[in-house]
Design a protein around this ligand. Structure first.
Ligand code: HEM
Length: 416
């Protein structure tokens, strides 16, 4: 049997705990071609150039049946109503702008920063629940509930509906993972969850049409901007995208973050005494252990010459963000975890027109979560290293992160 390529070894779940030596191998040849026609790009400058290249498409319709691996955050979407993640300009830009206006600057500058006290309260509540035991799973007990609660808050999902919403989020994320069941089973399950979610969002849109609130859906409905209004179909696709794109990614950032801190106890201690470190620390975590390791949803729509290779039109690309983040041609000592690193233009939120829409929210959630864990857990330690990982090569993260600790310090009282 032929020796598996380095890229195939990256996809192999057996290598999930530490793919970084394989990425180093990949970088020796910046652009390689797989037998199925996929071009794998692994060096910083080349990935960055392709992320900004208008000859690279995100539209699944441009694939012409070309093969290509696995799935990413987008494949939680239905094929009838593609979200802007799957559109190219100009449609992408129009829909993204409509969704962006109620979400952040310049129109709504205080939205995410204004969520910080609320996020801190939710985080404190989750840590309070750890107080009556000495062992916890950072994934199930902490990192999983936080982002979905945040997205519910943003979208204006009432508190009493949130448990159902959590189930749908989990259901959709399961269907993204190429190792959970056959393709047909996953497609069927995805359609079921999507139908329930669409029906739910549909009711929510009706309710917000009758009585707008201070949430994103109301913002999109009442927007008076140049491209308004957003069609109902696009609104439902956008709401679904926000749920899927912002959930497991943030779970992985928080979990990878705690794992890295427990492997570097001196940094955990520093964060405990110096919460201001959280800003550069989270940026470095994004570079060092990126929640989205690669994007495999791009196709070339023209021949592109790069690093001495011509990638023909119609080729699927695998852009290896995690390999680019450790490229010694771009970062000094890239395999070192340096929480004070300032020259840190990592690729983890992508770049160009599809640059992550939720980056400010993800950063704030991770900063709050890790600072509170560092402050309140007494003598936390890993139970297993490496922890068990989910098999997914693209959205990579531990399935569980069991830890032990001696006690939980009470939350800091707030000035009323
Ligand atoms: C650590 C957490 C996160 C990471 C690492 C991350 C990463 C990414 C990446 C790599 C892309 C580019 C995808 C592509 O074009 O193929 C992306 C796009 C996107 N992300 Fe995030 N994301 C995170 C959190 C969030 C959150 C919290 C939200 C929503 C509240 C969100 C919403 C989006 C949306 C809507 C897009 C599509 C942007 C576009 O196509 O213009 N993400 N993200």
């Amino acid at each position: 049997m032929a020796q598996p390529s380095i890229y195939q070894q990256v996809l192999d779940p057996a290598n999930r705990a530490n793919p970084y030596p394989l990425y180093a191998e990949l970088r020796k040849t910046p652009v390689t071609r797989e037998d199925d026609g996929t071009y794998v790009v692994s060096t910083y400058n080349e990935i960055s150039a392709l992320m900004h290249d208008p000859r690279v498409s995100s539209d699944p319709g441009k694939r012409n049946g070309a093969a290509g691996p696995a799935a990413g955050p987008d494949q939680g979407q239905s094929q009838q109503a593609l979200s802007f993640l799957n559109h190219d300009p100009p449609d992408h830009d129009r829909l993204r702008e409509l969704a962006m206006r109620p979400f952040g600057p310049p129109e709504t500058p205080g939205r995410i920063d204004g969520m910080r006290p609320w996020l801190t309260k939710i985080t404190e509540g989750l840590i309070d629940k750890l107080a009556d035991k000495n062992r916890a799973d950072i994934v199930d007990d902490f990192a999983y509930p936080l982002p979905v609660t945040a997205i519910c808050q943003l979208l204006g999902v009432p508190l009493e509906d949130q448990p159902r919403f959590h189930q749908w989020a989990d259901g959709l994320i399961e269907t993204i993972d190429p190792t959970t069941g056959t393709f047909e089973e996953r497609t069927r399950r995805k359609q079921e969850v999507q139908a329930e979610l669409t029906q739910y969002f549909s009711h929510l849109v009706d309710a917000r049409t009758r009585q707008p609130g201070d949430d994103l859906i109301s913002g999109m409905l009442t927007d008076q901007g140049p491209h308004a209004p957003m069609s109902r179909e696009d609104m439902l696709a956008t709401a679904g995208l926000l749920l899927v794109a912002g959930h497991e990614t943030t779970v992985n950032l928080i979990t990878n973050g705690m794992l890295t801190l427990l492997r570097h106890p001196e940094v955990l201690d520093q964060l405990k005494h110096e919460p201001g470190l959280a800003t550069t620390l989270v940026e470095e975590l994004l570079r060092y252990e990126p929640p989205v390791q690669m994007r495999t949803n791009r196709t070339t729509v023209a021949d592109i010459s790069i690093a001495g290779t011509t990638i023909p039109a119609g080729s699927p690309l695998a852009l290896m963000l995690a390999a680019g983040n450790r490229d010694p041609g771009r970062f000094a000592n890239p395999d070192d975890f340096d929480p004070g690193r300032t020259d840190n233009a990592h690729l983890s939120f992508f770049g160009g027109v599809h640059y992550c829409f939720g980056a400010p929210l993800a950063r704030t959630e991770a900063q709050v979560a890790l600072t509170e864990l560092a402050r309140r857990l007494v003598n936390p330690r890993l139970v297993a290293d490496p922890p068990p990982y989910r098999p997914n090569p693209e959205l990579r993260g531990p399935r569980h992160l069991p830890i032990e600790y001696d006690a939980v310090i009470p939350a800091q009282p707030k000035a009323e």
